[in-house]
Design a protein. Structure first.
Ligand code: SPV
Ligand code: MN
Length: 626
């Protein structure tokens, strides 16, 4: 090691930290650590390895430093983010683009030197009086084809504690990869909390920045604590991973992975992309099935098979509406001793409370808005505050979930039988349909994914938001290129079947499906993947036959599914379905500059099929008339 770096490290680290860093023995790592020390000027530096002791140390620091408070149940803590820091902030999330490079104009971006100067200016001296954490984690299973080592630097013990719960430990992975190749690729993150207020929350939220230096696999963030902006391995890494996948010919997706348990012990793995409020976690957590992961998946071809790995090792889930009846597994984890970090809900007498928990809740307590919150209190933005924030969260580990698939950490990944794109609309798509082909599914289910706003979201109700593969917020290249990568992936092997779901069809203002009907659609997918049931052609995909659903509703839900229900749910709503194609044609000719030819062809073919169907049979076609 260069003498100047050695001296710098010796001035900030104790012997144990020095030894841990030295054992990684990598110039790239040393360089990133040294730069952070010089820029952010911490009082001291802690380097962690894969030991339980280092994990406990960071957890304890989060509590001692009041970033988290202990709750009555053993192992449970609560963390609050600032009032204005309750979610990812898209307007301040930008790519740093070198002067000689161009990035898709639809992506939020800033010239690299200019952006670096701005964020480094904000991070300069930001660790003064604080401890700097240097922690190593791994995206995907360690020592596997999926593994991406990650180096997190932060002054927040909450951030590294969250990563401890959500990801695999990666110190040994760094040692292994560094020994094999000193120039090995890893992702790196430097986060600075910035000035804090009396609640230990980032004070200068208006100077919150999240800047992606994709040319160096680095993400920098400042003046924020919300995990989506600070926990490097979550959404910051997804943007870097999409580019790495593009370079290397695999896919990084915003998807859950689950195991559907079919007849006679058959196991079928499914992956699903759903925009928020479209039923993603509820599907991954269906009773009787097993969860592998609820947010991020990497797809690779391994030994000629389409396989997926859960990028994470835990869940950062929305707690709103989690209740004992609908979510028994999560409810149980959130109520028994064990490590849980709650975020941005309400605490009273050491107990956590949240919106939609279906229990009596207090009218005063400490919450995301104030240490002395009372019902009806008006927040600093003039809005009436609620018991908990709508985006309040819980962080738990996979290993604490009783429905976790025992194979969730498989180094070879898991074979994927089906991919689901889950949208939300009240009047257009049938609850479940199967694509004619991979291309049809990628284009007409994934690339056309839409989610309708509800009265619970800010703004107008019923507005349809386009969200390509539910990955729109994280695309680090043009939409067309990303879709083309999906079209090209695994083209020489058997690919999964593709399905589209919509759990939210309504008639006269009422939902046409029960909350757990999704369990039936999942079982039907398993039967289709295994070639055990036939289908009807609805012109925009293949739909179930009545007798198969009647049987499944009896088996899965113990319900008598009537012909009337079937007809209501599976009628082909041609005016609405064709109107959706119109919206997509508009988007893919105006907003997207590089629409793949296959996408254009799929949209054209679907329009022609549906217009022919309309000419022959009218606007609304009962499945019995197909
Ligand atoms: C999401 O919003 O998709 C999440 C939470 O999974 S966040 O960390 O904000 O990305
Ligand atoms: Mn997500």
């Amino acid at each position: 090691m260069e003498p100047t770096k050695k001296a710098l490290f010796e001035s900030k680290m104790d012997a144990t930290s020095l030894q841990k860093l030295a054992a990684i023995n990598n110039d790239q790592v040393d360089e990133f650590v040294a730069y952070a020390i010089e820029l952010c000027e911490p009082d001291s530096v802690f380097v962690g390895d894969d030991s339980d002791m280092d994990a406990s140390y960071c957890r304890m620091r989060a509590i001692d430093g009041q970033e988290e408070s202990q709750l009555a149940t053993n192992g449970h803590t609560v963390h609050f983010d600032g009032y204005f820091d309750q979610a990812r902030k898209k307007d301040v999330t930008k790519y740093l683009v070198p002067a000689d490079e161009t990035l898709d104009p639809n992506l939020n971006q800033v010239e690299r030197e200019e952006g670096l100067a701005e964020i480094e200016g904000m991070q300069r001296g930001a660790y003064k009086g604080r401890l700097m954490y240097v922690r190593f984690f791994c995206l995907g299973a360690t020592d596997s084809a999926f593994a991406i080592p990650c180096l997190q630097i932060t002054d927040s013990a909450y951030v590294v504690h969250s990563e401890e719960l959500l990801y695999r430990r990666g110190y040994e992975e760094f040692k292994r990869q560094s020994a094999a190749d000193p120039n090995f690729e890893f992702f790196r993150y430097r986060h600075a909390t910035g000035e804090v207020d009396e609640r230990m929350t980032s004070k200068n939220y208006e100077d919150n920045r999240v800047y992606m230096d994709h040319t160096r696999n680095t993400v920098l963030s400042v003046n924020t604590q919300y995990a989506g902006n600070t926990v490097g391995l979550k959404k910051l890494s997804l943007r870097l991973a999409i580019r790495k996948a593009d370079r290397e010919g695999w896919l990084a997706e915003h998807m859950f992975i689950m195991r559907c348990n079919g007849p006679k012990g058959r196991e079928t793995y499914l992956a699903g992309a759903y925009p928020s409020a479209c039923g993603k976690t509820a599907t991954a957590m269906l009773p009787g099935e097993n969860i592998v992961g609820d947010d991020l998946a990497y797809f690779k071809v391994i030994d000629g098979e389409f396989r997926a790995c859960n990028v994470e090792a835990g869940i950062f889930g929305i707690i709103t509406d989690v209740n004992a009846d609908d979510d028994p597994v999560i409810w149980d984890v959130l109520h028994r001793p064990g490590e849980v970090v709650f975020g941005n809900l309400c605490v009273k007498d050491g107990k956590p409370y949240w919106l939609g928990m279906s229990e009596e809740t207090p009218v005063a307590g400490a919450n995301y808005a104030s240490d002395e919150w009372t019902e009806g209190m008006v927040g600093p933005d003039g809005n009436v505050t609620t018991l908990s924030h709508k985006n309040a969260r819980y962080t738990v580990q996979m290993r604490d979930l009783e429905n976790a698939d025992p194979d969730w950490d498989n180094k070879q990944g898991l074979p994927i039988g089906g991919i689901i794109y889950g949208g939300r609309d009240s009047d257009t798509s049938v609850p479940v349909r199967e694509a004619y082909s991979w291309d049809h599914g990628v284009c007409m289910m994934g690339a056309t994914l839409e989610s309708e706003t509800t009265s619970a979201t800010i703004g107008q109700e019923g507005v349809r938001k386009w969200n390509v593969m539910s990955n729109m917020d994280f695309l680090s290249m043009s939409v067309g290129r990303y879709i083309q990568n999906n079209l090209d992936f695994a083209k020489d092997i058997k690919r999964p079947k593709v399905f589209g779901t919509n759990y939210f069809l309504k008639k006269d203002g009422k939902f046409l499906n029960g909350k757990l009907d999704k369990g039936v659609w999942i079982k039907w997918m398993d039967l289709r993947i295994n070639g055990e049931v036939d289908v009807l052609d609805a012109g925009y995909g293949l739909i179930p036959k009545y007798e198969d659903l009647r049987k499944l509703f009896k088996e899965v839900r113990d319900e008598d599914y009537t012909m009337e229900q079937y007809v209501q749910q599976f009628t082909v709503n041609l005016p609405e379905v064709i109107a959706k194609i119109g919206r997509m044609e508009e988007i893919y000719t105006t907003k997207v500059q590089d629409t793949p030819e296959a996408m254009k062809a799929e949209m054209k073919a679907e329009r022609e099929r549906l217009e022919a169907l309309r000419a022959a049979k009218g606007d609304y076609i009962s499945p019995c008339d197909l």
